[in-house]
Design a protein around this ligand. Sequence first.
Ligand SMILES: Nc1ncnc2c1ncn2[C@@H]1O[C@H](COP(=O)(O)OP(=O)(O)OP(=O)(O)O)[C@@H](O)[C@H]1O
Ligand SMILES: [Mg+2]
Length: 238
Amino acid sequence: MSQERSVFPLELQDVCFAKGEQRIIERISLAIDRGVRTVILGANGAGKSVLMRLMHGLLQPSSGEIRWCGSRRRADAQAMVFQRPVMLRTSAIANAALGLKLTGIAGAQRSARAAEALRRVGLAHLAERPARVLSGGEQQRLALARAWALEPQILFLDEPTASLDPAATQEVERVIAEIANSGCKIVMVTHSLGQARRLADEVVFLHAGRLTEYTPASSFFASPRSPEAAAFLRSELP
Ligand SMILES: Nc1ncnc2c1ncn2[C@@H]1O[C@H](COP(=O)(O)OP(=O)(O)OP(=O)(O)O)[C@@H](O)[C@H]1O
Ligand SMILES: [Mg+2]
């Protein structure tokens, strides 16, 4: 249909997630658009990681519905990067090519795309080094290269810099901004309000499994509407 382009890349409708007695996500409805960087904020245990796994299709909602570009089938063109990258015992470039291998891209094309992704994250000079000896920041950029090589339309990031020092964090943030500028939709969980201020165009704020605010970042930081978000912002360390 000609309406195709107006369909949101990601929509949640009355999504709930429960495990036994515990209700972890409570009736979240949300339509996330292209062209903006979406950051999910909330206290420890608010349900951010669970929400992101639902959004990526790694978990099934207990009730409600998730649609990717209007379809109930998860899109192929999406990727996720976790707090701690998982690296196979092989070279950096073989790790960068891993996602492409899993999707069945042929060898020569795979190598070319992996090499280009490594170049874009500033790791071309380390292509042949064993991935597991790279520093934490380099490994996280390698995880981003692996995701970027897939040319995803949506990239989910769950606290990608939580275990990194400030210099490595800055490098990873630069790469995330470049991925966003290349046209990929970014949805990111972070603990760092500083990072959210630097990267977010809009904020999804979760409190105890509920969506409390979904608002442009500028208004979220200037004047949060909910008392929970205001308290969360007041807790910001200098
Ligand atoms: N598979 C599961 N089974 C049971 N409970 C779970 C499961 N996954 C998460 N939980 C619980 O759901 C709640 C939300 O967890 P989640 O990991 O999404 O929090 P979070 O907002 O990402 O927290 P943090 O900031 O610490 O990463 C927690 O109370 C957690 O213990
Ligand atoms: Mg989490």
